[in-house]
Design a binder for this molecule. Sequence first.
Ligand SMILES: [Zn+2]
Length: 328
Amino acid sequence: MPGFHDILGHEAVKQHFQKAIEAHKISHAYILAGEAGMGRKSLANAFAMTLLCEKGKSEPCMECHACRQVLSGNHPDLIHVTHEKSTIGVDDIREQINDTIMIRPYSSYYKIYIVDEAEKMTVQAQNALLKTIEEPPGYAVIILLTTNPEAFLPTILSRCIQLKLRPLRDSVVQEYLAGSLQVPEKEARLYAAFARGNLGKAIRLAGSSEFRHLYDEMVYMLKSVKTMELSELLDRIKRWKDEELDIGECLDFMQVWYRDALMFKVTKDPDLLIFRDEFIALDKLSKTTGYDGFEKILEAIDKARVRLEANVNMELAMELMLLVMKEN
Ligand SMILES: [Zn+2]
């Protein structure tokens, strides 16, 4: 479990927490929002550990009794709210927060509650939590982790400090993969491009054999878009669905591919390519497709994504997109 300085990126969020600690102005309720894998839990834990640390600095010392208790998951004043069902119900909030929050902290100045997947709180659960957030005891700190702050009642939102995690720069993710995880540089670049600033996702991709399969499938298909019959292309896509490939990730892949070719058309610099191994194919594509063609294709991929999210028949959404790819 890392302290603040071990967490890559997210400078604004770290600074917010550390300044609040230095100024002794801790809010009673926070919302940490961001995609899964971006580091919400690490940031919340670093904040909690720092607040509980006996040294009282803006980084946890990692050595005192309190820090060691947090590290071993046994600090009595740090409560991770859990839930058994697919939603967080009113009883979960009552039993784990409301009924215990008036009991003073055992060993430190703060008593901290971390609610993961807080967007799963039912309206009743949120209303129960609201009562506590409206009049919390001075020592209480509640941290809600979420992928979707829009799921919260306006009354909850208005009482919490909202902090949103931003994607990291690709270069930061790439350096981490290559440096700390010894991923070969060429692959690190690819994973970083796909993770779109989400370090957790990049690490997951780097350790996944499924990604390799996705890569082979997609590159083969993208190289053959113009020569393969439409029906054959659609058959391949249907097979991806049967193989449970994530169609959203397939679209991400296509987007990175066409952006790569467009980038090469503009810069003529092969070092900037994400798919450096596919230089010959991308070079050809950059010569046969015009700027407006790339624009149309990238738009068509976006449209396919929107259509799939709106539950339009997948085959139709893909067919419309493939036609634009074939024509441009
Ligand atoms: Zn400490």
